[in-house]
Design a protein around this ligand. Structure first.
Ligand code: PLP
Length: 425
């Protein structure tokens, strides 16, 4: 048996992979390295990573600048309890995030992934009202939302087939329809009616782009209008920027497209450039003030063992250095322009396409497969392997083929993806 084969055998015996049915799929590929937008397999193939390895990678695999920062930090301080102690990488990162987040953000609470960032946000909002002795138990979310896989995050997420086994254990959430041009007025009215009930404490949303539901995009105008209305009625607005953060939408944060800023912003995924897990829940001063009290029970009793891990914070600081560099900002614009041109081409041609969506570095193509099942499972897998066999990592969401590449990708590399997409539409 070759080395690769024996490793796959061992994997199949011992490991349980995320989001992966146990039957009907090919065994996993062993990856032995990566560089730039490419990952290398043990079989000697290279694969172009067009989804930033589940939306986390910003600057390419194993970027030496981030790797060096991690090594330095690991030699100085690998980890320390974050209650009663602090350290330079965490404080520096908090300062730097507050410089680039919307100006009303004032405090940074650390956790260690996207699901915990949104759990923290919702708990922060619930306890805000609890501490003030107010009863506003309800939370509004948008149909199709994805906020993570822990119970709170699942509760605020779409109640689709993936969450069905857990349905009885999820708390009640008011879902409003996904806002589109044709229904914006109706959605807003429904939203306003809920807010007017006086029962709603928070509104959680993925700003401008719903990732997991298929890179579905909605307008900044309608979101602005909802946020303005919510804030006028003391409803806490939570922007889940776990996917949209750090340049994906063409601006550093999707919230920068808005005139009315959220009260809480959740970050993770791209924060460390795709090197290490880290979650951030940023909030306004006003939110935190509800916790300032001589009463012990008004404390926010939430934390994780690896909260503000110094190595993860050092990776995030290094990733920010790269992100804020002019050349990276130019790359983000360049990718956006390339996507836009390709999207125009697709819209003008006569292809089997229902809709093409694009914002910044995110391109999504909804393929027309009328007549097939809604979940589109077989075809989705076929497409995934079709691209993979061409050396392209593209993981369709249902019938939506999307690209969300790391910013180091070249136009020539993008062209490989565009050509492969043209072949299937
Ligand atoms: C991925 C994602 C999450 C969950 O993040 P994890 O790190 O996978 O737990 C939450 N919200 C959004 C918008 C996401 O895309």
């Amino acid at each position: 048996m070759t080395r690769a084969n024996s490793l796959i055998e061992a994997d199949l015996q011992c490991v349980w992979h995320p989001f992966t049915p146990l039957q009907g799929l090919r065994p996993p590929l062993e990856v032995i390295g990566g560089e730039g937008a490419w990952i290398y397999t043990a079989e000697g193939n290279k694969i172009l990573d067009l989804i930033s390895s589940w939306w986390v990678n910003l600057h390419g695999h194993n970027h030496p600048y981030i790797a060096a920062a991690i090594a330095r930090q690991a030699h100085n301080l690998a980890h320390v309890i974050f209650a009663g102690f602090t350290h330079q990488p965490a404080v520096l990162l908090a300062q730097r995030l507050l410089e680039i987040l919307p100006p009303n953000m004032a405090k940074i609470f650390y956790s260690d992934n996207g699901s915990t960032a949104t759990e923290v946000a919702m708990k922060m909002a619930f306890q805000y009202f609890y501490n003030r002795g107010e009863k506003k138990p309800k939370i509004i979310a948008i149909d199709g939302a994805y906020h993570g896989d822990t119970f709170g995050a699942m509760s605020a997420g779409d109640r689709g087939p993936f969450n069905a086994p857990f349905e009885p254990y999820l708390f009640e959430v008011e879902f409003i329809p996904f806002p589109e041009k044709h229904n914006e007025e109706v959605v807003f009215q429904q939203f306003a009616d809920l807010v007017n009930s006086g029962q709603v404490g928070a509104f959680i949303f993925e700003p401008l782009v719903q990732g997991a539901s298929g890179m579905r995009m909605y307008s900044a105008e309608i979101l602005d209008k909802m946020i303005a209305y919510a804030k006028a009625h003391q409803v806490i607005c939570i922007a889940d920027e776990v996917m949209t953060g750090f340049g994906r939408t063409g601006k550093l944060f999707a919230s920068h497209y808005l005139h009315h800023y959220p009260d809480i912003i959740c970050l993770s995924k791209g924060i460390t450039g795709g090197f290490l897990p880290l979650g951030v829940t940023a909030c306004t001063k006003e939110i935190q003030e509800a916790y300032r009290s001589p009463e012990l029970m008004k404390t926010f009793f939430h934390g994780h063992s690896y909260t503000a891990n110094p190595i993860a914070c050092a990776a995030a600081n290094a990733s920010l250095d790269l992100l804020l560099n002019l050349s990276c900002q130019q790359a983000i614009q360049r990718i956006g322009q390339a996507h836009e041109q390709f999207a125009d081409h697709l819209r003008k041609g006569s292809y089997q396409i229902r809709q093409v969506r694009q914002l910044g570095t995110i391109l999504a193509i909804e393929i027309d497969r009328t007549g097939e099942t809604s979940y589109f499972h077989e075809a989705r897998n076929a497409l995934y392997y079709h691209f993979l066999d061409k050396g392209l990592l593209i993981r369709p969401l249902g019938n939506v083929v999307y690209l969300l590449p790391p910013y180091c990708i070249s136009n020539q590399e993008l062209q490989l993806a565009y050509e492969a997409i043209l072949e299937i539409v």
